[in-house]
Design a protein around this ligand. Sequence first.
Ligand code: HEM
Ligand code: HEM
Length: 403
Amino acid sequence: MLRNSTTTYGGVTKTFHWLTALLVVTLIPLGIYANGLPYETGEQLARKAWMFSLHKTLGVTVFFVALARIGWALSQPKPGLLNSERKLESFLAETVHWLLYASLVLVPLSGWIHHAATTGFAPIWWPFGQSLPLVPKDDDVAHTFAALHIVFERVLAASILLHIAGALKHHVFDKDKTLRRMLPGHTDPGPLPAKRHSALPLLGAGAGYVVALAIGAAIGLFSHAESTTSPVPTLAEVETGWQVEQGTLALTVRQLGSDVQGSFENWTAAINFKETADAEGRHGNVEVQIAIASLTLGSVTAQAMGADFFHTQAHPTAVFAADILTDAEGGYFAEGTLDLKGSTQPIILPFTLQIDDDTATMTGQTRLNRTAYRIGEAYPDETSLGFDVVIDVSLTAIRQTGS
Ligand code: HEM
Ligand code: HEM
């Protein structure tokens, strides 16, 4: 009763069938609903993220249930179709079965790869991490797999409609046991016509995917418009005692419980620094200009430029100006102000410094509170976006003559 026979489906196959059916029929509207939800405010974003986490968690469940189901189907005899003498109908039914089996793997897998290539969005509710081996955090990969997820999910939805229509046709018009054979309880349709093995339905399913992908490409689903909305201003060269040879200016924020890292591509530093301090204990000063629009921040780069966040159109650059001092233990720190999005706030950046001849290497870290700069005011608590922004600076600079 648990195993299939050549004429009936066993209990395990039926359980797998109805479990996946239930999950998939829930996931499609859930995906469309979650995708359509707005995220203008913190509450809306938290709700959208919750729906997506549910979608992803159920979706990944489908993936593993589908693998188990396919493994089980391969170990079982496959009951023949009831009306296999009707060639076109059998071809259609089997083509749709292939599409359904393939969809059960392709739809969740494409969604999962899209998720793994993205940073800082709704997490899968499980303890096994949010990344996938071999899947880079990359915007293009994320976009391509998002498009594939949509194409595959549409093929799945169309296949389900055809599949249900077929099952109902058998039940209502043919009045045969096709549907009853898949329902709980023992239904044996008796001897069946001899089974014909044909590769045509498999080819039919392959052709179905080719057509679906071609339609997806034709309507521009795969074209990836550059999402950067703000032009990056060119920063003027600065007079500096120490010329920065290489460096990174990075930030980390906590979005929906996971860290999102980004960095600024364009910034300049005017550094005046002497190993010996002056009478007031100053070793010099530093002024850093940052082109905010040169920030890349995972998959939320474009949002970060918007009015609610950095508002780069109105505030294209930030300026950090500070004196370089040492504390009682001789540790260096830069104390001054950060002018960002129209607010100037005090800030201290402790850093380590190593000078070999004329090459200086420094690394430092500081934190700022985004609310002090009116960043993300629509997210007034930390559920969607943490208050703390961690700034990491590291650079190597060469002493210019005269410094
Ligand atoms: C919700 C309404 C559904 C109904 C009424 C339904 C009904 C049926 C019936 C009656 C069969 C047996 C066909 C036969 O014996 O020839 C069947 C098989 C099958 N169904 Fe469904 N189904 C539904 C949903 C789904 C969904 C959502 C999926 C997958 C995403 C699915 C995947 C399959 C597959 C792959 C088979 C072939 C099983 C095999 O022979 O290996 N079904 N379904
Ligand atoms: C059988 C399983 C799944 C089904 C049936 C399904 C179905 C859908 C549907 C119908 C949409 C809406 C697309 C639209 O608005 O046109 C969607 C979107 C989405 N799904 Fe799934 N999904 C599944 C599994 C997954 C999994 C496992 C993940 C990630 C781990 C995932 C992540 C997403 C994401 C991120 C979107 C939004 C796509 C976008 O940004 O355009 N899905 N899914």
